[in-house]
Design a protein around this ligand. Structure first.
Ligand code: MV4
Length: 448
């Protein structure tokens, strides 16, 4: 087992990893920027090292600074959390060449999953359902028009190196395709330093459903069910739940079987998430693989009883899945997560600032993952997540009732938050019926 772990992250996920390390009896090293001197991850880690100024590119994203901190503190492993360096294959490689275990997939697997057209081809070859689309990258409008005619409009252009919706363009007619191809390539180039895009059939009224996997270094892969992540706004998820209200046991079993084979074939190791879109026929189609722990992992932890972060650490240390999780994986009840963001209730713009009053909810079936505290500051330099409020119940209705109860006793003063928005969504008849698509949140906030 590791003797000391460095956490290359901040905020609630850095605390989450520290908690897993404490449960395993492993000492921790926090790294922090000058803006995070008073953050809880600094306080609760065994050691802490300042790695640079507030700007992420000069601290949390700066590979030499993070590796230096790891060498100075003599750690044998690094947990990257989510975001920042978590899906940076070069960073994973530098860790390994420095003799430090990267708690994540092997560099070549991160690289494969980061190239969305290649990941798509690999999944398709292994029998995972994918949407009709281009085989690899499309370069010219002529080429794109031929493929789009074959698969039928609407189609979607996606950046090969993409993520978070950047470099994506929905194309509804052949006339608008050439210009949208140019602008998708420009945005992809500016955002990811790679102009490559590929083409897929576009699902208009989609649900966003993702499967949680765990894979060890010995070829064992387990699928821990799915999460419903359809309630989102501008590619920022607001509410996630597990299981999805519209995935049947038969569909879940079928997708899980395909994923086990596909991820084994790819040499996948560690926790991972496989994203799908669901169409009106309730069929699922592969979209992409996220080769990291995700923000919404606690809903899966609630229904499976499995500590995903602890599992990541044990897997990185060489453990075999059957020795760390009880098989077959079983789920119990229903879990919901509301992301509480610091944001303006009208414009939804980030609302950073000092928290002057704070009360955390609790009670049966409630979990809060947060690094916020009274007098703490939500910095404009980083994402605006204040807390994740997660509830569990015997069924969806009980999880919702507990979420409403928890929201009603969650007090955050001094900044605006998305708590009122969550309260409105949790009383929406369509939400309560489990009836929504990715356009759902628009009714609460007509974008611009
Ligand atoms: C799609 C899709 C429909 N059809 N691909 C968005 C982010 C990235 N991870 C994948 N995404 C999507 N890909 C096809 N072929 C729908 C989404 C999507 C979405 C699209 C527009 C606005 C909001 C969305 C929310 C979730 C998923």
């Amino acid at each position: 087992m590791f003797e000391k772990i460095l956490i290359a992250n901040r905020g609630e996920i850095a605390l989450r990893v520290i908690c897993a390390c404490k449960d395993l009896g492993i000492p921790t090293v926090a790294v922090y920027s000058e803006a995070d001197r008073h953050s809880l991850h600094v306080r609760f880690a065994d050691e802490a090292i300042c790695i640079g100024p507030a700007k992420s590119s000069l601290s949390y994203l700066d590979i030499p600074s993070v590796i230096s901190a790891a060498e100075i503190s003599n750690v044998d492993a690094i947990h990257p959390g989510y975001g920042f360096l978590s899906e940076n294959a070069n960073f994973a490689e530098v860790c390994e060449t420095s003799g430090i275990t990267f708690i994540g997939p092997p560099p070549e697997v991160i690289r494969l999953m980061g190239l969305k057209d290649r990941a798509r081809a690999a999944m398709k070859a292994a029998g995972v359902p994918t949407l009709p689309g281009s085989e690899g990258v499309v370069k010219t409008p002529e080429e794109a028009l031929v493929i789009a005619t074959q698969i039928g409009y609407p189609v979607i252009l996606k950046a090969t190196a993409g993520g978070g919706g950047r470099g994506m363009r929905i194309v509804r007619t052949p006339e608008e395709l050439p210009a949208l191809l140019v602008s998708a390539r420009q945005e992809a180039s500016a955002s990811f330093d790679c102009a490559d895009v590929y083409l897929e059939k576009y699902i208009q009224s989609a649900r966003h459903i993702e499967f949680q996997v765990l894979a060890d270094r010995h070829g064992n892969v387990e699928v821990l069910g799915e999460r419903e992540c359809t309630i989102q706004r501008r590619h920022q998820k607001l509410i996630e739940e597990a299981p999805s209200p519209c995935v049947t046991a038969e569909l879940r079993t079928r997708i899980a079987a395909a994923l086990r084979e596909a991820l084994r074939a790819c040499g996948y190791v560690n926790a991972g998430t496989v994203e799908f879109v669901m169409d009106e026929n309730r069929d699922l189609y592969f979209i992409e693989v996220n080769a990291r722990i995700q923000v919404e992992h606690p809903v899966t932890e609630f229904i499976t009883g499995i500590d995903l972060v602890k599992s990541q650490i044990l897997i990185a240390a060489g453990a075999k899945l059957p020795d760390i999780v009880e098989l077959p994986v079983q789920t119990r009840g229903h879990a919901l997560e509301c992301r509480i963001n610091a944001e303006d209730p009208v414009s939804f713009a980030p609302s950073p600032g000092r928290i002057t009053g704070f009360n955390l909810p609790g009670g049966i079936g409630v979990r809060v993952d947060t690094a916020a505290y009274t007098d703490g500051v939500i910095s404009p330099y980083y994402d605006s997540l204040v807390a994740k409020l997660i509830t569990h119940g015997h069924d969806r209705n009980e999880a919702i009732a507990r979420m409403k109860r928890a929201l009603s006793t969650f007090v955050v003063e001094g900044i605006h938050t998305s708590i009122p928005l969550h309260q409105r969504i949790l009383s929406d008849p369509d939400f309560l019926r489990g009836c929504f698509d990715t356009n759902f949140v628009r009714r609460y906030a007509p974008p611009k």
